[in-house]
Design a protein around this ligand. Structure first.
Ligand SMILES: Nc1ncnc2c1ncn2[C@@H]1O[C@H](COP(=O)(O)OP(=O)(O)OP(=O)(O)O)[C@@H](O)[C@H]1O
Ligand SMILES: [Mg+2]
Length: 383
């Protein structure tokens, strides 16, 4: 006989509450309760939102995007309007204020058991690989400020920044973060790569972006290109945008990242050595057979309008159009780095900050996720 029981997972902070849900589910019938470490995808997750709501909602969003779960019921000790609105926005099917009412939960479970399967939501986030044509051209400045600008202009979208400069990464300094975890945690736990593990090793910045930090010390480089591919493929299911600071690396890991990225922003400045290096990088791309030309977008940093080498000269030399330029503004970028702040926090109206916002807008689609008006608790709470 075909077993069509719906698989349900319960994730509550309170063990007594978990037992109560287990009891109600068993007495309703038609469900199989999965243990917390069961890797099978669940049809339904019953999740308790605790005091760190931002973190909890991000965990839920990651689980939905990675398809580890299809639908969610939420419960919480709090039931203020903000929390309810967030629950609607994330697409929760039910919200049970605590103390939970057995009848209400049972009714919702029966409705879920008999209802149609939710359609799968597979939408992969964009992988944006920031690649320097030379050291010191502003790769980290661009990766950090593009990631933050994306979070600022597309508030409902989630953004992660991944620092690939394993031994020399500076992103924690740029963002004034002291991450507890970094690549070291990944190199030792490759078999544990899943959304929950990844969420726990990321650090959240006040702008809303999540940083996958570099240790900034040697000794953690034993990560294989395949592990990095796996990490990024999971992350693109968890986040709308994954921005990667690749430094000037052209090793096997970088090759893999180039292969799977949606866009490569190749950063250059208009000096002859840097132009020569950019051309060499295009030759390397030809040799690899990827990324194809349409995926590579040249960004000229530190651009001066009266530059001896013009943008047109450079385009002719590259045989490739220039996608974007960012003005030369040493004092603002330098102050930002030294204070561990992003450009929008230091000089929100500066030309360079505006150009970052416009650059981010080329990546962010205008459509915002609609609220799930079908959640049955919406009527109950807002009538
Ligand atoms: N648009 C800009 N105008 C003027 N100076 C800039 C600009 N962008 C970056 N800089 C300056 O260039 C220096 C290097 O910046 P950054 O660390 O971002 O470069 P990088 O390419 O990541 O360097 P590294 O090779 O060390 O990783 C910093 O002092 C920064 O202030
Ligand atoms: Mg750098």
């Amino acid at each position: 006989m075909l077993d069509n029981k719906k698989r349900v997972k319960i994730d509550t902070k309170d063990q007594m509450l978990k037992k109560k849900f287990e009891y109600i589910i068993s007495s309703t019938g038609g469900f199989e309760i999965l243990s917390e470490d069961d890797k099978q995808p669940a049809d339904l997750l019953i999740f308790e939102v605790g005091t760190d709501t931002d973190h909890d909602f991000h965990v839920i969003q990651s689980l939905l995007q990675s398809e580890a779960v299809t639908d969610i019921f939420l419960t919480s000790k709090k039931s203020d309007q903000d929390l309810l609105l967030q629950s609607i926005r994330i697409g929760a099917k039910e919200f049970f204020p605590q103390p939970i009412k057995d009848d209400e939960v049972k009714k919702a479970l029966k409705k879920f058991r008999e209802g149609p399967q939710s359609s799968k939501r597979i939408k992969l986030g964009q992988l944006i690989n920031i690649m320097g044509s030379k050291g010191g051209v502003g790769t980290t400045t661009i990766a950090v400020n593009l990631a933050v600008s994306l979070a600022e202009i597309a508030a409902s979208k989630s953004v992660a920044l991944v620092d690939m400069n394993m031994a020399t990464g500076e992103t924690p300094l740029f963002l004034d973060l002291r991450p507890g975890y970094h690549w070291g945690a990944i190199s030792k736990n490759i078999t544990r790569l899943d959304p929950t593990f990844i969420m726990n090793v990321l650090s959240k910045h006040s702008s809303g972006i999540y940083l996958f930090s570099s240790p900034g010390t040697p000794g953690h480089e034993n990560v294989s290109p395949e592990a990095v591919e796996r990490l990024l493929n999971i992350m693109r299911r968890m986040f709308d945008f994954v921005v990667i600071d690749s430094g000037q690396l052209l090793d096997l890991i970088s090759q893999k990242i180039h292969q799977i990225s949606d866009t490569v922003l190749l950063i250059t400045i208009l000096t002859l050595p840097c132009i020569a290096n950019t051309k060499k990088i295009f030759k390397i791309y030809d040799f690899w057979g990827y990324p194809r030309k349409g995926k590579v977008k040249i960004v000229v940093n530190r651009y001066l309008k009266n530059s001896q080498v013009t943008l047109k000269d450079a385009e002719e030399s590259f045989d490739h159009s220039i996608f974007w330029n960012l003005p030369n503004d040493f004092s603002t970028t330098f102050a930002a780095i030294n204070q561990g702040k992003v450009l929008s926090a230091i000089e929100p109206k500066a030309e360079i900050t505006k150009k970052f916002r416009r650059l981010a807008a080329t990546f962010a689609s205008k459509d915002q996720k609609p609220a799930n008006k079908n959640s049955s608790f919406v009527k109950r709470w807002f009538s």
